[in-house]
Ligand binder design. Structure first.
Ligand SMILES: NC(=O)c1ccc[n+]([C@@H]2O[C@H](COP(=O)([O-])OP(=O)(O)OC[C@H]3O[C@@H](n4cnc5c(N)ncnc54)[C@H](O)[C@@H]3O)[C@@H](O)[C@H]2O)c1
Length: 396
């Protein structure tokens, strides 16, 4: 019986600094993981991580292909930017490894579909770390909503806005390892996907139409490096029942905000309302540096040095599933469920691609606002993946 997974890390940028270093080295899941190698073309980040993991120079690679060819592994975690999730994932699954990626599954529907298909065809495990699925407030809301307590879902407003220092490449230290991250990504890809996934987990409905509004005031005015991108995006998602959600996300609120991410959400139903109160995680700090909302539910730095919280247990659970699969302890039904489109974030990738297409085809006003067009999701799935695949995903 296997008790440890030999793990290779592909990409060691900000998400590893912010979250996964604690999962790998200071969590209840660390004993399950043996970090064997890292691949990252950025030498500084590769060596930061290599030193942290105690890896010899021969286990530090500039590209993932050499890592996969030279190191005996059970699994890899692909922490590259969204548009680079697909290729390393396919290569690893086809080499017989299991894979974990941070959200979103991929930047495009085509990539997401290819990843789901590869997991299904190889029979290997693919897990997407949507850590909000492990937030006790989201789980409780899901159970209560699905018990029928609130009646029929009608409308929701969610918001998630980051401090400007996250997207601002002029800020020191820079948040992202990739200098063009804020330009290659949008609030929709970095943040909307969290909320869209959490909402769809609660209400369990199929999205059918998306329209986005974008606002570009701060980012293009940054100096000396300007960012061609949106400060804020409002994504309107219509579900097949006619219910609607507005998911408002951005990364340009002042750095004086009480946390890196300011967020919450409300759902209004025929017989009740759910207020997620995500911004009241329980610890408010008045300190010489300022006033902060500390979120120990997400990352709880305990006094013995361990780090717990849903930011850690979300991905940790995926590694337990991999271990179960490798020890023949995962039932066929659980394996099928783990490879289902909802679990693998298909609908979330669909909302993301539709929001970006909506803005790309939208009308840009002199005010800095862009009025996106309406995107029919069935038509989008058919255009991107063909009618047969669209039917398989429930878009008939
Ligand atoms: N930063 C966060 O807090 C956070 C939270 C949740 C999810 N995510 C997700 O994590 C992923 C990575 O984001 P990030 O914030 O760490 O970005 P980042 O730009 O800080 O880091 C990405 C790293 O991947 C490396 N990389 C690029 N191409 C590579 C390749 N071919 N092989 C190996 N490494 C390669 C880069 O050099 C860089 O070090 C994204 O999908 C993002 O949405 C990030």
């Amino acid at each position: 019986m296997k008790s440890k997974l030999r793990l290779g890390i592909i990409g060691a940028g900000s998400v590893v600094r912010e979250i996964y270093q604690y999962l790998y080295f200071r969590s209840d899941y660390s004993p399950l993981l043996e970090i064997c190698a890292v691949a990252d073309p950025n030498e500084a980040y590769r060596d930061w991580f290599g030193d942290l993991a105690g890896l010899p120079p021969a286990r530090r690679f500039a590209d993932y292909q050499t890592l996969l060819a030279q190191v005996e592994l059970d699994a890899v975690q692909v922490n590259t930017p969204d548009h680079l999730h697909c290729a390393p994932t396919l290569a690893a699954l086809q080499a017989g490894l299991d894979v974990v990626v941070p959200k979103p599954t991929a930047a495009t529907l085509k990539d997401c579909h290819a990843m789901i298909q590869a997991a299904q065809q190889t029979g290997r495990f693919l897990g997407v770390d949507f850590h909000k699925r492990d937030d006790p407030r989201i789980k409780e809301a899901e159970a209560r909503f699905q018990s029928g307590r609130y009646g029929t879902f009608q409308a929701a407003v969610f918001y998630m806005v980051d401090r400007l220092c996250i997207a601002n490449p002029n800020h020191s230290p820079r948040f992202f390892a990739s200098p063009d991250f804020a330009e290659k990504n949008t609030p929709a890809s970095f943040l909307t996907v969290h909320m869209a996934d959490a909402l769809m987990k609660i209400i369990n409905l199929v999205p059918v139409q998306v329209r986005a509004l974008g606002y570009a005031h701060k980012l293009p005015a940054l100096e000396p490096i300007a960012v061609r991108g949106y400060d804020l995006v409002d994504t309107e998602v219509l579900f097949h029942t006619g219910a609607v959600a507005h998911i408002i996300t951005g990364w340009a609120i002042p750095d004086t905000a009480w946390a890196n991410t300011v967020q919450s959400g409300r759902l209004i139903c025929s017989d009740g309302l759910i207020d997620l109160a995500l911004d009241m995680p329980g610890l408010r700090e008045i300190h010489a540096d300022g006033i902060f909302e500390v979120n120990p539910l997400f990352k709880n730095f305990e006094k013995d040095g361990r780090v717990t919280g849903y930011g850690i247990s979300g991905p940790g659970r995926l590694y337990r599933q991999i271990l179960d699969l490798r020890n023949q302890r995962m039932s066929e039904a659980d394996q099928r469920e783990s490879r289902s489109p909802l679990v693998l974030g298909f609908h979330t990738a669909l909302v993301l691609e539709a929001a970006e297409k909506s803005l790309a085809a939208g009308q840009r006003l002199d005010s800095g606002a862009t009025l996106g067009t309406t995107i029919d999701l069935r038509q989008l799935v058919v255009a991107e993946l063909g009618a047969a695949a669209a039917r398989d995903y429930g878009y008939t």
